[in-house]
Design a protein around this ligand. Structure first.
Ligand SMILES: [Zn+2]
Ligand SMILES: [Zn+2]
Length: 246
């Protein structure tokens, strides 16, 4: 599998970095996981958006879903002008908030919106996708993709949660949110992990590699890197447009 980081910061994009968005490519599938502000532009550095096979949105906080709205203009035209035949499947929680109603009101038939939940299992090509409710104030799901050989888990937004250890056990790549430095640990109860907790999650789950993401723009990257604890597993800070193969 190949994962390209399209956006790694939250809750607002910076001049260098878009919000959450990741292109997962495996088994001839192009799957966009989260579509935060700025990711649509970065996606097109890799593939045309109309070549996507699916979009999976972890939750409807705006730093994870807003670029779906401008993408609908492009997708609509792609179908109209014959670049694409079918509507694009978009899997997302139907948590009933204002955001869902807004998305439903703004997009058209070019997107096929489908509800995800704890029990959802998707088959995209030969890829199996499953979900685990995360510890976050909004209905939010960690996402696991299994190609039969390798396994990938994205924590999405979450506070520390033991169920994620089981969900991510023994996987090849853990993409973990690392929103906070230790000095701001009190904000973790709002449903986020510190850098240390994110790495600890990978260590306890015995992941082969941890890729940290969802960085608060007010932090320096050097401050984040300095809080990565000593460990034998591989840990890296997600870089925009870098491709990770596993
Ligand atoms: Zn969130
Ligand atoms: Zn977020």
């Amino acid at each position: 599998m190949k994962l390209t980081v399209l956006g790694n910061c939250s809750p607002y994009p910076t001049k260098d970095a878009a919000c959450s968005g990741y292109l997962l490519q495996a088994d001839k599938q192009n799957i966009l996981i989260d579509v935060g502000p700025g990711t649509l532009s970065n996606l097109q550095q890799i593939i045309p958006f109309y070549q996507l096979d699916a979009i999976i949105i972890s939750h409807l906080h705006q730093d994870h879903c807003l670029d779906l709205l401008p993408m609908h203009y492009g997708m609509e035209k792609s179908i109209k002008y014959g670049k694409r035949e079918e509507a694009l499947a978009v899997y997302l929680p139907f948590d009933g908030g204002d955001e869902l109603q807004f998305i439903q009101a703004k997009v058209g038939d070019e997107f096929h919106l489908q509800q995800i939940g704890q029990e959802t299992e998707l088959e995209l090509g030969n890829l199996k996708v499953s979900f685990q409710r995360s510890n976050h104030p909004k209905e939010c799901y960690a996402i696991k993709v299994d190609d039969g050989v390798k396994q990938f888990v994205y924590t999405a937004d979450t506070g520390w949660d033991k169920s994620l250890l089981d969900f991510a056990f023994n996987i090849d790549l853990l993409l973990a949110e690392a929103s906070l430095l230790e000095k701001d640990r009190q904000y973790a109860k709002a449903g986020h992990l510190t850098v240390k907790q994110a790495v600890q999650l990978g260590i306890e789950a015995q992941a082969s590699k941890v890729l940290l993401t969802h960085f608060w723009p007010e932090y320096e990257q050097s401050e984040i890197a300095a809080e990565v604890p000593e460990t034998e597993i591989e840990v890296e800070l997600a870089r925009i447009l870098k491709k990770y193969s596993f």
